[in-house]
Design a protein. Sequence first.
Length: 254
Amino acid sequence: MKVIQISDPHLMTPGGLLYGSNPLFRSQACLADIGGNHADADLVVISGDLTNDGERSAYAALRESLSGFGPPCRLMLGNHDDRALFLEMFPQATTERGFVQSVVDSSEGRLILLDTLDSGHVEGKLCAARLDWLDERLQEGRDRPVFLFMHHPPFRIHIPELDRVMLADADALHEVLLRHGNVRHIFAGHVHRLIAGSWRGIPVSTLRSTNHQTALDLSQSWSLGHESPAYAVILIDADGVIVHFHDFPVPPAP
Ligand SMILES: [Fe+2]
């Protein structure tokens, strides 16, 4: 199974710049590269912060960008998004119990896409309703490997500014995962960095934004990174999971 992860496009009203880059232009370059090289993807997941300010015009631009895009695509929410407006703009989005979360089953296992947005807060939350839903989905998939996608990582990355705004109820999530023991990888966004490691024994990775990055600065302050935007090509088979991080080309801005 080939899954593409894109994260944190932070779209603005078309023409708007964010940290000196045009997020719409960059996300379109990303989609074009995927369309040219991975049109065979089984699924494309955009793991949250679809927009920077939750603006209608930014969601409209995303909808327009995806209108001619080939592979099946699932959109997730991040702390910069507006759930109600997103659902108005993407009424066909899969929801469960009012949250933008869903399950994708394949012969290689079960993907579970979680909604960690806690409206009005930068940090993420799953809350009892979402944890119960996850518990049930993990129970259903108990005999198969499960792969989680979530905007907020439930683990620290040792950059204090971002660790303060990770998933707030990480211990509660861990309790649910422990009950089932079938989660094989957690793919997160939010931190705008390429990171691989493990959290309490579960392999994890995070991804750069398609627009702007976090610098490798472990001090108390957040600094802007200047790494290239990237997406991830995730290959899942009976042997396990391989993640290729790809710095897609961004043509000079018009
Ligand atoms: Fe973000």
